[in-house]
Design a binder for this molecule. Structure first.
Ligand code: SD4
Length: 341
């Protein structure tokens, strides 16, 4: 665990060099870019697919998302924080290089929402299935219902939350958890075995054939209203891929991302020739302009990858980080610039 920590701090120290992702002519591929420092092992799972010449970006992002859905953490998968009524509800979506896309929202009891989203994409004429219907679809397609039981951490967090029943999204929940006492309202950033606790996982990838894909998976904002769906399963909001241009995903307050069709907007800025970081910054500025005072109190971060393998990110508030991997074992965490300092 210590080794991993010191690796991460070294990676963070290397930031000024890495944050310039311009390539001037040559295409950097394969490459995987994901939200948060929890993206390091996620990218690792994805790059194992992409190191093969025929490895497809779509398979890579699905594998990355499945990896994190298997871990117990606050914000992705069945171990995540529940809604106000004590139920974990999952949102996810996936998009490939041919504009095929699929998603599930308000899905309960199923371990791998990203794979259900892929099945929606590949086996139905639809894009988004929700709630009971999504669950039935999953069961009919070979997924199994898991017991309705909160993880120990989610149970603890929920009990704490019930004391005040206050709905207040926490900016950079991941980093706040670092500061929180172990028995406080939030689980620690890392568990005792050193594994990551984290926020929504969005990842985008470019494979050796030059094709882009993306995936996004989450248990949503903890202690949300029952039935609430965020940006993460919504194509154009939490994820968008245009194989001619680039791929984008987001983390943070989903309502704000949906308001500006955030990931699609970032792709459109890249289409106009903006670099990935500038494209993310312009979308953030669009958001902040709506209500600058309110924006000080929420977090939204975008990550973008273009067709040349150039990447970038920008957030509303400080604290957002992302992970970049180009070959097995070389994952690095990069700090995102933000509108408010
Ligand atoms: C949502 N965007 O449900 C997700 C949650 C998230 O940081 O990313 N939290 O709104």
């Amino acid at each position: 665990m210590n080794n991993r920590r010191s690796f991460l701090s070294k990676a963070l120290l290397a930031l000024p060099v890495l944050s310039t992702s311009r390539l001037f002519g040559q295409v950097r591929k394969p490459i995987v870019v994901s939200t948060w420092d929890s993206g390091i092992p996620v990218n690792e799972a994805a790059i194992q697919v992409l190191k093969n010449k025929d490895g497809r970006a779509l398979d890579a992002v699905e594998q990355g998302a499945r990896y994190i859905e298997d871990q117990v953490n606050c914000c992705v998968g069945l171990g995540g924080n529940p809604d106000r009524d004590g139920y974990v509800t999952l949102d996810a979506c996936i998009m490939d290089e041919k504009m095929n896309c699929g998603g599930v929202a308000f899905l309960e009891d199923i371990k791998h929402p990203i794979s259900v989203a892929r099945k929606v994409m590949e086996n139905t004429p639809h894009v988004l299935l929700v709630g009971e219907g999504a669950r039935d679809f999953a069961l009919k397609n070979g997924f199994k219902a898991e017991p309705k039981k909160l993880s120990d951490d989610a149970e603890k967090a929920y009990r704490e939350w019930l004391k005040t029943s206050e709905y207040k999204p926490v900016k950079n929940i991941e980093l706040e958890q670092n500061k929180a006492l172990k028995n406080g309202p939030f689980a620690p950033n890392r568990f005792e075995d050193g594994s990551f606790n984290h926020d929504t996982m969005g990842l985008v990838a470019l494979d050796q054939a030059g094709n882009l894909s993306g995936a996004c998976t989450t248990s949503g904002m903890g202690f949300k209203l029952r039935g609430r769906v965020g940006d993460s399963p919504i194509i154009g909001a939490g994820l968008y891929v245009d194989n001619q241009v680039g791929a984008v995903t987001s983390s943070g307050q989903g309502e704000e991302v949906i308001r500006i069709a955030g990931s699609h907007l970032v792709v459109e800025f890249m289409r106009q020739g903006k670099s990935p970081e500038t494209a993310c910054r312009l979308a953030v500025e669009r958001l902040v302009k709506i209500n600058p005072e309110k924006a000080k109190d929420y977090q939204v971060g975008f990550i973008a990858l273009n067709k040349q393998g150039e990447y970038g990110s920008y957030a509303v508030n400080p604290g957002f980080v992302f992970s970049v991997t180009t070959e097995p074992g070389n994952g690095r965490v990069i700090q995102t610039k933000s509108y408010f300092k």
